[in-house]
Design a protein around this ligand. Structure first.
Ligand code: PHE
Length: 359
């Protein structure tokens, strides 16, 4: 007796063939037709089975086979259609934009600062980030063991010391460029330097990174006075933060300047008023305070007239020449401009594209 086949077994075989077709890749339409519907194709092989189906099931088996044939025909057509869809190109469609990066925001700020000072005759300089104690401290009127040095939390390099120049340190400020620039120009005036570089201090928290950037201005010539300094600060404030921004100077102390000053810029969000409304008659408590500055001003850095001892260290006669200097952090200057209250300044150096792509 020939082996009989149940309807369930037939169903299984049919669904095997269907899923096999659905998984096909790479065969052309013609090949698929031969493989599934050809004379010796899978359909015809299966159709022979009908002989083994019980008499009473033959009708439904026939219907199932018919249905399978339709499925194979339709699916092969559909697959072909999909292939041609992918190949079809709309030449009028705009292309896919390649990802374009941009300069790091701190680099952008350094470029802008450089351009602003170049316009008034400053020359961009960049001095070493690893320098002798002499340039970082001693020539700046800070003799060894002077307490003023404590302010700069210094990294010292474990290396032999030089008799005159002392230890090697990671530069704590860009002021090391002052005497270096005087030496580069063989102590000849005029000097108009803008030195931008990396600095290092032993401090790290949400408002400080161990590595940061400063820019340092130095001007030396005959007859330079504090008005030139103030004019330069005002010029920078307007160019960098926009028209109407003012600078303010307050007395301070640095060993390498005399007199020494701290520099503030008026807040460009509230126009230096400290308030976001114009209701001057109201009491201060009732007014809408500027949360960005709280006072109308932002403290940015230090400045002053170059100390005679520094001029001497650079080979200038302080009886004949005077100068001014200023210096402060690029990161802070930049975040103020953008109106950014960055909770954690370390984000700037995290390499996190989600953050950096915003600028
Ligand atoms: N070097 C000082 C600092 O790092 C800033 C400064 C520069 C002050 C030039 C006066 C003149 O704080």
């Amino acid at each position: 007796m020939t082996e009989m086949i149940s309807i369930e077994q037939l169903e299984l075989k049919i669904s095997d063939i269907k899923s096999q077709l659905e998984k096909e890749e790479g065969l052309s339409k013609a090949d698929l037709q031969i493989k599934y519907l050809g004379k010796k194709g899978l359909f015809n092989e299966l159709a022979k089975i009908i002989a083994k189906v019980n008499y009473q099931d033959k009708k439904s088996a026939g219907q199932m086979l018919n249905e399978l044939k339709n499925f194979l025909n339709e699916t092969i057509e559909k697959m072909e259609l999909q292939k041609t869809k992918v190949k079809w190109i709309d030449l009028t469609q705009p292309g896919i934009k390649p990802k374009v990066g941009h300069m790091h925001p701190v680099s952008q700020a350094m470029e802008e600062i450089t351009r602003i000072f170049e316009r008034i005759g400053f020359t961009r300089a960049r001095y070493q980030e690893i320098d002798w104690d002499w340039y970082v401290f001693e020539s700046l009127n800070m003799p060894k063991s002077h307490p003023a040095r404590d302010e700069w939390e210094t990294f010292f390099i474990d290396a032999p010391t030089d008799k005159k120049l002392g230890k090697i340190v990671l530069t704590t400020h860009t002021s090391n460029g002052q005497v270096r620039e005087m030496e580069r120009l063989n102590s000849k005036a005029p000097i108009r330097m803008i030195n931008i570089g990396r600095c290092y201090r032993r401090q790290q928290d949400t408002t400080h990174t161990q590595m940061f950037h400063q820019f340092e201005g130095l001007v030396i010539d005959k007859g330079i006075n504090i008005q030139h300094l103030k004019g330069t600060l005002d010029y920078f404030a307007q160019e960098f933060y926009g028209p109407g921004t003012k600078s303010r100077i307050r007395p301070f102390h640095f060993q390498f300047t005399e007199p020494s000053l701290e520099v503030d810029f008026s807040c460009h969000i509230c126009n230096g008023t400290g308030f976001l409304d114009n209701e001057v008659k109201k009491s201060q408590d009732q007014r809408n305070k500027c949360k960005f500055c709280k006072s109308g001003w932002h403290e940015v850095g230090g400045a002053g007239m170059v100390h005679p001892n520094v001029l001497k260290a650079g080979g200038f006669n302080p009886e004949v020449y005077t100068g001014f200097a200023f210096g402060w952090g690029v990161e802070r200057t930049y975040t103020l401009k953008e109106g950014l209250n960055i909770d954690d300044i370390r984000l700037l150096y995290s390499g996190d594209l989600k953050f950096l792509e915003q600028f």
